[in-house]
Each structure stands twice: as C-alpha cells, then as structure tokens.
Ligand binder design. Structure first.
Ligand SMILES: C[S@@+](CC[C@H](N)C(=O)[O-])C[C@H]1O[C@@H](n2cnc3c(N)ncnc32)[C@H](O)[C@@H]1O
Length: 678
C-alpha cells in the first residue's frame, strides 16, 4: 500500500478545474496558456499585477504552501482515555490542529456540518502556535506541545504571525465542511478586520452570512484609561455555499386565536398604521369608513395606513378589517394564520446574552462540572448550543479544533440529551502546558488536553447520575400514582359513585373530592411521561468519546541509500522496503486507525473481529453507508484458507503484511484489487 499522507495538495483544484473546463487538464497537468485564453479579459492587467487588491502579509505564500503540504502524521488511539470507546462516534484528538486537520482530510472531506472555533485572539498577551514550514510534524513531536510563543505587539510581524497561523488551518477547515455547512469563528477587536478579509479570501465574499455580536461582560470594564469599555465579541459566520440554511427563529403564533369561530381559522389583530407621512406616501393617507356605522377614521398624520385605499376596501368586503367598538379606537387588520407565508423569521445576529450567557456563565458552567476555575474564559455552553441549534440537525457532525476546555463537547452532548438528537463532535486540542501555579496545575492537569478530556468524562458522568436519579424518580412517581389510584377506588367504593355516568354525560358534575383526585392523577401521569421522555433521550445520547493523539505514521518511511547508490544497493534497499514497513512497536489499534484514515473511512466506525476467517486473526471495519470496508490481518503468515475465504467478501479490501503472503497469492488477488500489503 502506498504510504499516503494528507494535506490539501493541489488535487482538489485540479479536480474542480476538470469539472469546469476539462480541456485545460492535459495528462493530469494544467495548460495555463489555454486557461488564460478562456478567461480572456478577466485576467489581471500589468497595473493590477503590480499592485493587486487583497489582503497581503509577510509569509502569505509560505502559509499557502503549508496548507498544501502533506502531513506524515497519523492519529494514534489513546485506548482507555475515552468513554464507551467501542461504540462512541465522538472524537477527541490531541495535537497541533493543522497536522490533525490534514490527517482527517480524506475521511472527513465534505462531511462536517458545522465548525465552531475560538482561536487565540492575538491580544499581545496570548500565545500563538509556531509552525515549522520544513517539517511541521517533527517540530510538533520534538516540542511536545511547547511550540507556543507569546506574540508581542512590538514583534514587528505581529499581525502577519497570526495570519500565517490562521490561514492554513481555515483553508483546510473549509474543505471539511459539507456543501450546506457553516463555520463560526469567535474573535474580538484585535483581529476582527483581518479575520474578515482572510475569510472573504478563503470562503468567498458571497459566502459571508453575518457577524454575530455577543455581549460578553455584564459590567463595564473600568481599567480602560479612555473610559470606553469594550463589552462585546464577534462571531464571524460563513457558509460553504449558497445551500446553507439556518433554522431561523419561530414566529410567536400564540396570538393567533379564533374567539368568533371564524371558519377561516385562527387570526390575530394587527396594527394597520403605516410608516410614511402624507408628503412621502400620499396614497396611504385617506379615511377608512366603517360601512355598518358610516363612522370615518382618519389616518395618523405622521404614519398614514400600511395599505392602499383599494386594498382596504377589498379587505372590508372580505371581512378582514376589524372596526373598533369605541369611536376612539382604530381599525385593525384581521390576519389569518393560514395566510402566513412562513412561520419563521431570521436568526438575529444580535445574540441576547440573557439567553446565551456572558463570560461569567462560561466560568460557572465549567465550575459546575469540574469544581473549580480550571480554565480561563471558557465560552458559555448555551452560546455554543444556540449556534448548534441554528446550523445543524440531529445527525450532524460538529468540529471544534481549538477545543480549550471542551465547551463544545458539553454543548453537543447536553443538547442531544435534551432533544434526543444524535449530533457528533470532533474536538482537537494541543497539549498546551498549564501555567505552573495555576489552579489547573494544582488540580493535576499538566496540559489543556487533559482538562478537555476530563471535562467530557465529567459531563458524561453527570448525565449518567441524572439518568439514575430520573429512574429512581419514575419509580417513586409510579408508586405515588398507584396510591392515588387506590385512593380513588376507595372513594368511589365508599361514596358509591357510578363512574359510567361521567363517561356518558360530559356535563355531569363530579364530586369535588373525585375531581381533585383525578386532577392529581393526570398531573402524576404527565410527570411520569416527562421523566420517561428524558430517560429515553439520555438512552439515545452518545455518552462517550474515542481519544486520539497526533503521532508519527506507523509505517517506516522509505529511506534512500546514502550517497550515489549503484544498481545492487538500490535493489537491496527496494527489497528491504518491500518487507515489512511497520514500525516495530505497532499495535492493532494504531494500524487500523491509520489504515482507516488513509483509505478515507471515518474513525467512528467500529472494529469487529471477522470470525469467518478461522486460520488468521482478521479485523473488519465496514462503512454502513456504502457497504464497503477493510479487512486487516497483521499475522506474520497468511494461511491458504484465508486467501480462499477472501473471495466471499469482495466489497472489502484485504490488507496484510507484505511478508505474510507469497508472491503467487499477491499476484492472484492484487489484480482483482482485493489485497493490499503493508
Ligand atoms: C480560546 S481557547 C478556546 C476556549 C474554548 N472555546 C472553551 O470554551 O473552553 C483556544 C484554545 O486553542 C488551543 N490552541 C492554540 N493553538 C492550537 C493548535 N495549534 N492546535 C490545537 N489547539 C490549539 C489553546 O491551547 C487553547 O486552549
């Protein structure tokens, strides 16, 4: 199997071009002359080339190359660090997010519905991760999470450093989004302008959906010498394409009622005043006359009416104008629910902090779960939930690759618990060291990824405890219900009440004591139903996660012989490479995870023992959506029976060690594309 690593590469570009202008791609390469001809006048003239419009900064072309560079990394399962690892579809990955995003690229291309990120804001006091353009993976591994440096305002490349960091990450993130997906990026005044320009470039101006405003602090900040308190943050919101649609905000339909039993159904009384003066809209300034009373109602001189005279006359005929009972009143529109074009209105870019919370709520949320101030300024759970509700439906995947304290995992899990959804999360977090004297360090957390994992575990424990107490509550409520039923039976017997009387005659009055008991019984049944529904939602919720770590590939890299090798030395090197390429310390879990990523299967798929192979140990992973999968055998020798049994599972690729099979079998099966060797 060729050792394939991921990164953006230029393949997506070539594929895109191939779709739009196939004549431009010749033998896998681009004919730029022809491409230029096709674009005619739309190419840049000399002046535009010399001074191009757009966001530029020092290092931009390097950042572009970094996005395209393939990673040599893979993801190694941290077995035992997750919860319900075998079945969970949630992923937590620790490591530098750029390399991690690259490892996910093949498997999650176009599969993520929503991305939320909360990157460093570049305040001058925070840390920015240092990429290494030569070998970013080794750089990460050598530094073991200490690749952060404080980006000071006087560094000379203050904004450029931050943009170089953000560019490749956002570029790859875009490729992971579904066609109808959306990305939210939290930011404050330090970089909002640059981030907007950067995202315009990466996602396209046409995909800008809005800037959400979030008031993060309740009380003014008195530290500012200018006496201006910056109380808010932004969330930049971009779609992947024009197909992205939010849930929107439901219109309040409670005012639609039908007190007069109108056969046209429920209606609401709506103000008929307009918004224009007589000078502005003379046709909206006229008297409305009630045909029954002949009373005349003049318009408000500053506003007029909202509809023309012709329209209102028609509406009077159709009984769609409500005339006032008192002369001092105003005519109003009788608006029918059935005439509403839609029952939702737009999701406001103004986030109401009373609903979504302030920073203090984020701090409280984590303290409730972890018992202390373990992480500075986490986002409120409700804020993230509000975004998730808008941008996803119940089966979607949500990615947060600046996970911090894992607020997003809590938001997803608790939302699923509330509404019975099956959204999944993928979180990525660097092993950023906790400050030596911090509460986190005192509590035993050496790096932030440990905090994130622990928060997810604790959220799961909290929900499990809730499940146990709900089950106990249902039992108690059922006992109480039985007691009430007994009480009712006793009452009926003692007072000789004929219950059939009330079944047959809805107007028959029940004895007060009986009515009271029946009300209590109904209340009790509703409470039991509520509890049962909550238990059912918890049972449906994925209370788990699989944990992974960014790591070097499990496959040895091809080492070319030193110097100028002769044919014999080269031959020897090839022979060695054809033998096992597995690193000596390999484990089944590690290899399977790497194979899944290389073959483009998602990491949530369960690994099963393929029992039909009785002479070798074979592991099977199948994608239920396509029915395709892989069979992995890591034994040193493949039994001839295994080769025969292989013919039964043609939709799976069989992967085994190079030295485990004879050349003859290799030839027989590789032609059919059934066997690949590692
Ligand atoms: C502002 S915090 C996110 C807080 C999070 N929203 C919460 O509610 O807890 C940003 C996080 O990104 C992490 N980070 C920074 N650079 C990273 C990188 N290259 N890869 C992965 N994580 C990174 C930092 O360690 C930090 O924990």
């Amino acid at each position: 199997m060729p050792l394939e690593a991921h990164g953006l590469g230029n393949q997506p570009l070539i594929e895109g071009l191939k779709q739009l202008a196939p004549e431009v791609i010749k033998d896998g390469k681009i004919d730029f002359e022809l491409l230029r001809e096709l674009f005619g006048d739309q190419t840049l003239d000399d002046e535009e080339k010399a001074e191009p419009w757009g966001l530029n900064w020092t290092g931009k072309s390097q950042a572009r190359k970094l996005a395209m560079a393939r990673t040599k990394g893979t993801l190694r399962p941290l077995v035992g660090e997750g919860v319900n690892e075998a079945s969970s579809q949630n992923l937590f990955i620790q490591g530098d997010n750029l390399e991690v995003l690259k490892t996910l690229q093949k498997s999650y291309l176009g599969k993520i519905k929503m991305i939320y990120i909360d990157p460093p804001y570049n305040t001058g006091n925070d840390f920015v991760y240092e990429d290494d353009f030569r070998d970013n993976l080794s750089h990460y591994i050598d530094k073991a999470g200490k690749n952060l440096h404080s980006n000071k305002k006087d560094s000379g490349r203050f904004h450029a450093t931050w943009l170089n960091f953000m560019y490749p990450r956002l570029k790859i993130a875009k490729s992971l989004l579904k066609d109808d997906g959306a990305i939210f990026v939290s930011i404050d005044d330090h970089e909002v302008h640059n981030l907007r320009a950067l995202m315009n470039e990466i996602f396209g101006e046409e995909n800008f959906m809005g800037i959400l405003l979030w008031k993060r602090r309740q009380n003014a900040d008195n530290r500012n010498q200018s006496n201006v308190s910056s109380d808010h943050e932004y969330l930049l919101l971009y779609s992947k394409s024009e197909n992205t649609k939010f849930l929107g905000k439901s219109i309040d339909l409670s005012k639609y009622k039908n007190p007069d039993n109108d056969p046209r159904g429920p209606w609401a009384s709506i103000d008929l005043s307009g918004l224009a003066t007589k000078d502005q809209r003379p046709n909206l300034h006229y008297d409305i006359v009630d045909p029954k009373t002949n009373l005349s109602y003049p318009p408000n001189p500053n506003r007029g009416w909202s509809k023309s005279k012709e329209n209102v006359l028609k509406m009077i005929e159709e009984g769609r104008i409500l005339f006032p009972k008192k002369v001092t009143g105003r005519p109003r529109e009788k608006k029918f629910l059935s005439n509403l074009n839609q029952t939702v209105t737009g999701f406001s870019t103004w986030l109401e902090s009373d609903n979504v919370g302030f920073t203090t709520n984020g701090t409280r949320d984590i303290a409730e779960v972890m018992g202390g101030k373990i992480f500075n300024f986490p986002k409120p759970v409700k804020l993230i939930q509000t975004l998730i509700k808008q941008a996803t439906t119940s089966q979607d995947i949500i990615l947060d690759f600046f996970a911090g304290s894992a607020t997003t995992a809590q938001a997803v899990t608790e939302l699923n618990k509330e509404d019975g959804g099956n959204r999944k999360f993928i979180l990525v977090q660097l092993e950023e060291e906790t400050p030596p004297k911090s509460e986190a360090r005192k509590a035993g957390y050496e790096h932030i990824a440990q905090i994130s994992k622990d928060r997810i575990r604790k959220v799961i424990e909290k929900i499990q405890t809730e499940q146990n107490s709900l089950e106990a509550e249902v039992m108690q409520l059922e006992d109480d219900l039985q007691m009430l039923k007994n009480e009712k039976d006793q009452l009926v017997a003692e007072q000789n009440i004929d219950l059939t009387l009330f079944d047959n005659d809805a107007n028959a009055t029940k004895p007060k004591a009986l009515q009271k008991l029946e009300d209590k019984l109904a209340q009790q049944s509703t409470a039991i139903e509520d509890c049962r529904q909550k238990i059912a939602h918890i049972a449906q919720t994925d209370l788990g996660f699989k944990a992974f770590q960014l790591a070097q590939s499990n496959f040895k890299e091809w080492q070319a012989p030193q110097g100028t090798p002769d044919a014999q030395q080269l031959g020897l090197a090839f022979e060695e490479a054809a033998d096992t390429r597995l690193e000596a310390s390999f484990s089944k879990e590690n290899i399977i995870a790497e194979i899944l990523l290389q073959k483009g299967f998602t990491l949530d798929l369960p690994t099963m023992h393929a029992a039909q192979f009785d002479k070798n140990t074979v592991w099977q992973v199948t994608d239920p959506a396509s029915g395709k999968g892989v069979l992995v055998c890591l034994d040193e020798q493949m039994h001839p029976n295994t080769a025969q049994q292989l013919r039964q599972v043609v939709e799976h690729t069989f992967i085994c060690r190079g030295e485990a099979i004879s050349d003859q079998i290799k030839l027989q099966f590789s032609d059919a594309g059934l066997i690949e060797t590692i």
